[in-house]
Design a protein around this ligand. Sequence first.
Ligand code: UDP
Length: 308
Amino acid sequence: MRIVITGAAGFLGSHLVERFLKEGHSVVGIDNFKTGTPKNLAPFRSSPRFKFIRQDVTEYIHVPGRVDAVMHFASPASPIDYAKYPIPTLKVGALGTHNALGLAKKRKARFMIASTSEIYGDPLVSPQREDYWGNVNPIGPRGVYDEAKRFAEAMTMAYHRYHGVDVRILRIFNTYGPRMRKQDGRAVPNFISQALKNAPITVYGKGGQTRSLCYVTDLVEGIVRLLMSKVNEPVNIGNPHEITILELAQTIKRLTGSKSKIVFEPLPVDDPKVRRPDITRARTLLGWKPVVPLEEGLRSTIAYFRGR
Ligand code: UDP
């Protein structure tokens, strides 16, 4: 296949590029390096099956030649990034999704939107199933990301229903692994970089809020299966193993052998109290489930951060 990936220089984008090239596909990567980094693509630049276009996908996307799939992964994805770039976040989810869908429609390619567990907001039910509509504050600091992704899902379904585009809606839950940025701001990279420097580990609130963390190779396997499936409705991909943020901090402290103190800082506005995917749909429709246990994934991620 010839696959277009927006956000190719990001954490997930670059893992997808790697996976598809390894399987013999051709990839056209697009990125504007707002939150992605050229370093993530360095190993692939010499491949004759990899082409790179530097552009902002909120502008018209022109990809000459055959295209079999368009995967729209471009977006700031960390709360500190979407606080820093609120308008680009809204635009890439709205205008960027529209352009990426337009490309898929023109080339008769299948389309995948990287959606998110954030569309469930601060959920009132747990675990979250795909038929839960969510509890989102549209005007809070996270609203720019949550609402852009909700709009992106609506736009994707509209192109499916109205134009007959063959779509995939992927709802990604918290994911971690190598190629996350040290200064990414999310819990795993923050805690690991703090622990490796023996600096205070900053737990927000009392640390009783939960997340369910998926290792990147598991996520990529789920994404590939969804892309290759015929499933047009949304599918949660994530690891249902739920832990508190305080437990996460303690685990990272132990695995790094750090002398860091765990300190408590104010909880950000609208920080979801719980998050856990119901993955029944992924299990039954894609035959997928995560296989990398948390400590194993954290060890590989810690090794990557040590190397940096
Ligand atoms: N968090 C924390 N300390 C940090 C970074 C994050 O306690 O240095 C908390 C954050 O408040 C949230 C959880 O960890 O409750 C996960 O945050 P992250 O930014 O990784 O992703 P989110 O799931 O909130 O988008």
